[in-house]
Design a protein around this ligand. Structure first.
Ligand SMILES: Cc1cc2nc3c(=O)[nH]c(=O)nc-3n(C[C@H](O)[C@H](O)[C@H](O)COP(=O)(O)O)c2cc1C
Length: 196
């Protein structure tokens, strides 16, 4: 069966060169179902801190406008993020805050999937409901379940930061397949609503 294309933008909440979350972003293409293409944005670290005075003086910064365009152009978005002090890394929250200021709200009505990786046992699971809440506030449709939080990362990734744990690979493969069904259906339903 030929799947209709689904373009997915992946955004990582870690800026580290040897990030486990970045490594998982790098694995997504090999785990994606037919028709799903993954584009990666590494730009969130270049955005200024959100500042209402800056916005009033010079509008949306170029980097935020470019990220907003990538989000708008994508059929769906995947956030892969670490957990910092049981919540969302500031750099990622900052990027979402800038996106929320772009007219039209690029994340509104967007199918979104959240994933997290941590060397700790919880895998970033405590961050996920916080990110879900923020993304819901900007109008995204966050894939409801299952949450996949990859814990004990140094046992699941090898020294080259390849995801070598087969059960984790299979769980993510299945989740991406289910998410692609969800995203396609949601986008079709939203198109139908607009046509009415
Ligand atoms: C400021 C800070 C807070 C952290 N808090 C948590 C935490 O609450 N839970 C957790 O599992 N790991 C926590 N960690 C550890 C990160 O999960 C770990 O550094 C991880 O490797 C970061 O993701 P990355 O490899 O993608 O950069 C924290 C790390 C930092 C720097």
């Amino acid at each position: 069966m030929i799947e209709t294309p689904l373009s997915v933008l992946a955004i990582c909440g870690s800026l580290r060169a040897k990030s486990f979350n970045g490594a998982l972003v790098g694995e997504l293409a090999s785990l994606a179902p037919g028709g799903m293409t993954i584009t990666v944005s590494n730009s969130i670290g270049n955005l200024p801190h959100y500042d209402g005075d800056l916005e009033a003086a010079s509008g949306i910064p170029t980097g935020a406008a470019q990220l907003a365009q990538l989000v708008t152009d994508a059929d769906a978005v995947i956030f892969v993020s670490p957990e910092y002090n049981t919540s969302i890394p500031g750099v990622l929250k900052n990027a979402i805050d800038w996106l929320s200021r772009v007219p039209g709200g690029p994340l509104a009505n967007k199918p979104v999937l959240i994933k997290s990786v941590s060397p700790g046992a919880f895998g970033g699971a405590r961050m996920q409901p916080h990110l879900r809440q923020v993304l819901s506030a900007v109008g995204a449709f966050v894939y409801p379940r299952p949450d996949i939080a990859v814990g004990l990362a140094s046992q699941r990734f090898n020294e080259d930061l390849r995801l070598t744990d087969d059960p984790t690979r299979e769980a993510i493969r299945k989740q991406l397949a289910d998410f692609s069904t969800f995203a396609r259906k949601l986008n079709r339903d939203l198109d139908d609503c607009e046509e009415r």
